[in-house]
Design a protein. Structure first.
Length: 156
């Protein structure tokens, strides 16, 4: 029979990456709990529209978390160039956190059934485009041709 003591002893020597836990797994768990509670207890009927909203939420949340995980310590709120990350989800999309965030918000709008809130997407999209362009300038200044080649083979 397995005991907690046995399990802890068998894990000795395994390094725990607390940064990854706090940066990726804890937000993912919190996001999934929120989605479950909102889906079950939120306003409106539980029909196809709500399910589509939930699917968009899960896709958006997954994209945000994957983007944060792939960036690792390179993630920052302010545009700065510490490393040019071109692997994982960043091998296809230059700004997966922005795109995924918009998908998440669209899912929420579908779930809460207040269509006028979709108007919020316009300023959010504009803000994300401005942020992405600002980041692109910083990355191009730091990484030059390597960034330009990366930009040419990826979307947004």
């Amino acid at each position: 029979m397995l005991t907690l003591g046995y399990a802890l002893r068998s894990c000795e020597g395994i390094a725990v990456n607390w940064g990854s836990i706090l940066r990726v797994w804890l937000p993912l768990l919190a996001g999934l709990c929120y989605l479950y509670l909102f889906f079950v207890n939120g306003p409106g009927p539980h029909d196809l529209t709500r399910w589509i909203g939930l699917a968009l939420n899960v896709v958006g949340l997954t994209g945000v978390i994957l983007g944060r995980y792939t960036l690792g310590r390179s993630f920052s709120v302010k545009a700065k160039a510490t490393e040019l990350v071109t692997t994982g989800i960043y091998s296809r999309i230059r700004n997966p956190i922005y795109v995924s965030g918009l998908i998440f918000i669209a899912g929420l709008i579908l779930m809460i059934r207040i269509p006028v809130l979709s108007l919020l997407l316009v300023p959010i999209i504009l803000m994300q485009i401005i942020r992405a362009r600002r980041e692109a300038r910083v990355l191009e200044a730091k990484f030059g041709e390597a960034y330009r080649q990366y930009r040419d083979r990826t979307w947004f």
